[in-house]
Write a protein that binds this ligand. Sequence first.
Ligand code: NAD
Ligand code: UDX
Length: 454
Amino acid sequence: MNRDIVCIGAGYIGGPTMAVIAAKNPDRRVVVVDIDKKRIAAWNSKNYALPIYEPGLVDVVKKVRGKNLFFSTDVRKAVRECDIVFVGVNTPTKMFGRGAGRASDLQYWEATARNIAKWANRGKIVVEKSTLPVRTAAAMSAILNTHDKFRFQVLSNPEFLAEGTAIRDLLEPDRVLIGGPSDEAGEEAVRALIDVYAGKDGCWVPRERILTTNVWSAELTKLAANAFLAQRVSSINAIAGLCEATGADVDEVARVIGADRRIGPRFLKAGPGFGGSCFKKDVLNLVYLCESFGLHTAAEYWTQVIKMNDHQQERIVSRLFKEMFNTLANKKIAMFGFAFKADTGDTRETPAGYVARLLCEEHVKLSVTDPKAIENGRRDLADIDGVAWERDPYAAAKDADAVLLMTDWAEYATLDWERIYRSMRKPALVFDTRNCLDAAALRKTGFKVLNVGK
Ligand code: NAD
Ligand code: UDX
């Protein structure tokens, strides 16, 4: 077996993960392939204009690209040459037919499996990196193992990185999860993958942080982990509404809840609700799985996590409506931040997108600014009129009636808010949905200030 690695899918997962695998395994050749020519060209661009923004990513790519990390559109060649094949293609929510709106759309996944089967000239280790429904590995194995002469081992190795902190999460993961079969060949494949994560001379993930399970546990763990995290966000947002109604302060409540070591302080930040490509899709996938196995009460339970999240965004618009004298028509609102969280340009399922659409239905003149997400945002909202995009937050806020902060970019806290106040129509409102600005200072300046959960 050779030590080289190929990853099919050069997206938010494939790109950063393979860059770090290459950096930690200088003695392995790592090739990332994709059918999207534009994406591969961007990964290969001379000036490092990479297709995704992720802090620290450019530095890692600069160190390894052209040495032992390569990006290519020649999927066939890369698959033939390697013995370890990661599959990191997209698995979005299915929008048609059976399971529409909940199940995973596995067409890209299956196309990849069939290609590997078609092109392979020897048995390989195939690693599921994408997030998949439980028992997908069985389907993968059935598609792959139709050859008489050689066999494929299918492992599940879900990725837990979060966008915005991907490089840090990859360099120092809480855990790496590998699910594999318990027969001799399966165990050998698991050992080969452990070796990748150990890094050259054991320079990367300590052995005790590499957890091994059976394949089905690994597949389900990924969905369960995201569902638990999403549920925490919905839980604190459910408390936020009650805080607004009663005079309690959600940040104080969260601080004290989180001091209980059984609960812990992280992931208790009230806000506009969760976005990103994973939480909604993975919770819906879990709901679909529960329903498929007749577990209807469990399905309803997880459905509420999504309902609560949607409600949070509707509540933001309702509060704005009420504070702005029950009419938003022709008022200018400056939206600060469009990415689903800070430190990423990703806008998939961003709460800002949903809120922007609700505001446009009210005939708001919307001016959106974001340090990294303007290009993606412009594409997301291409079908609606009345949205202006501004790189400069001061220009976005000029003559506005309200600033609606949707993303907690650190730079928003250090803006010259007195200057912004002077340039706005009065009364000037700031609705800080991330509770990241100094509300007392803003009030002193003259702003009316709204927060989530206060
Ligand atoms: P993405 O859309 O950014 O990237 C997927 C890539 O796969 C695309 O560039 C697409 O062109 C390529 N692709 C699709 N079919 C192909 C084929 N047949 N051959 C070659 N390339 C093909 O998606 P992503 O965000 O990287 O997510 C990928 C998977 O990883 C998903 O299952 C997701 O749930 C999971 N995941 C994502 C994150 C995250 O933070 N984005 C975190 C954990 C897990
Ligand atoms: C998530 C998981 O964290 C990660 O383990 C998995 O691999 C992919 O899905 P990601 O979606 O990139 O990662 O970002 P995350 O930091 O989890 O944030 C998700 C959303 O929840 C964001 O919109 C964020 O703003 C929101 N959030 C998070 C809150 O509103 N409050 C919190 O306390 C934490």
